[in-house]
Structures are given as C-alpha cells and as structure tokens.
Design a protein around this ligand. Structure first.
Ligand SMILES: C[S@@+](CC[C@H](N)C(=O)[O-])C[C@H]1O[C@@H](n2cnc3c(N)ncnc32)[C@H](O)[C@@H]1O
Length: 219
C-alpha cells in the first residue's frame, strides 16, 4: 500500500515538473511513448480519432495540417477522408514520430511529412482548409507563436480543431486555449465535450469584403 502511494506521488511530481518545464523549453512526449499516443482513448469520445475527423467535416480535395502529428493517429484517417485530390501535411518536431507515420502510410500518396517546431515560421501561408492540434499545445513553450503560425497557414474561413484531455500532463483548459486562440486572431466556432476532455473549433475569419466605394467620399 505504501509503495503504491509513493508511486502515485512520484508520478504526480514527474507530471507537474514536466508540465512546468515545458513552459520554458521544448520537452515533447518521448518517441518511446508513441505506442501510448496511438491508443484511442476509451474514456473520452472527444479524443478519439474517428470523432475528431468526423467533426472536421472533411471533403475530397481539402488540404489539412496535422500540427504535432505524433505517430499519425489523425494523419491517416484525415488523408483517407480528403482522398487523392486532397493532401495532409503532417508536422512534428521529432523525427522518430514522423518515422512512425511513414511506416503507416501504406499506399496513401497524399501525405507529406515536415520536421519542424511549430512557431518557427516553416509552414506555408494560407494553404490549409483545416488544422489539427491534438494534445500538442501544452508541449510548446511559445504557444502564442505556434497558434499565430497556424493562423497564417490557414486559408480565410478555415477551421482549427484543438483537442485536450486532462490525463495528458500538458492539458490546457478551455479558457487558456480560447484566450490564446483569440490573441492569434481566431474566433470560436464550436465546442464538443466538457471541461476535462474536449474538442474546440476555431475559425480564421474570412477576409472582409472589399469596399468598392469610400463612405467618406460621397462623390
Ligand atoms: C501527445 S503527442 C500527440 C500526437 C497526435 N497529435 C495525437 O493526438 O495522436 C504530441 C506531439 O506533439 C509534438 N510536438 C511537441 N512540440 C512540438 C512543436 N513545437 N512543434 C511540432 N510538434 C511538436 C511531439 O513531438 C508529439 O509527437
């Protein structure tokens, strides 16, 4: 009993230290834990790949950014949903995660892989109809910079889907995610789930309609 208690306390201490350390430097989920990332969470519907992809309302020909793709849990079903005329850019900071995606690609030809840190300005501009950030945001030291880069990478009117779950040591509350997303320029679109396990959708607002007449100039 005492050993179990010590183990529980040690786990909590490691989780809290990892979480706090991630605010200062990049401490991503280690590649050796990727098997755990690949498990579809049996407790939270809003964290399951099928649910997240369904809510994205993907259509053939769409372009999707899987930001912090890990071992490709979302990359593969998203690539199937957008078909051969669409594409998925799977981005991760760790080569080992991208290697796992490569192993799973099979005969899908619409997946591109990019190793970079979100926020470093490596993403193409106004290129995507949808972006996914599934249990990634809390691992990024500068969350604001990452969200601004994702904002720029989306086409006007496009949708960002953020998923968080409390079992993740890097869990971000709905309030934090919403505040960061608003700062980056997003507006709230939809929310699924509850305070401890959710998927939230945000929109990059469409460009304002071009004024053809100057209201100040009656001429
Ligand atoms: C917990 S995993 C989630 C993977 C995937 N989104 C999923 O839900 O199955 C978080 C992933 O984000 C990646 N990551 C962390 N910081 C990153 C950054 N700054 N830029 C890109 N990827 C990052 C990690 O390497 C890891 O693969």
């Amino acid at each position: 009993m005492k050993i179990l208690l010590i183990l529980a306390v040690a786990t909590i201490v490691v989780f809290l230290a990892w979480r706090a350390g991630s605010r200062r430097r990049s401490l991503p989920c280690p590649v050796w834990l990727r098997w755990m990332v690949e498990l579809d969470n049996p407790f939270a519907r809003t964290n399951r790949a099928a649910f997240i992809v369904e809510k994205l309302e993907l259509a053939p020909g769409m372009s999707v950014l899987d930001a912090g793709c890990g071992p490709g849990r979302l990359t593969i079903p998203a690539a199937r949903a957008v078909g051969t005329s669409g594409r998925v850019l799977a981005v991760d900071i760790q080569v080992g995660m991208l290697d796992r995606v490569r192993e799973k690609v099979g005969d899908l030809r619409n997946i591109e892989l990019l190793q970079c840190a979100l926020g470093d300005g490596k993403l193409p501009v106004q290129a995507f109809d949808r972006a996914l950030l599934v249990t990634v945001l809390g691992e990024i030291p500068d969350r604001g910079a990452a969200l601004r880069e994702v904002f720029e990478a989306l086409k006007p009117g496009a949708v960002l889907s953020v998923t968080e779950i409390v079992f993740d040591p890097h869990f971000q509350t709905r309030g934090t995610v919403t505040a960061l997303a608003r700062e980056a320029g997003f507006t709230e679109k939809a929310f699924f789930g509850n305070a401890i396990a959710y998927t939230a959708h945000f929109t990059r607002p469409a460009l304002p309609t071009r004024m053809t007449e100057d209201p100040e100039d009656p001429a």
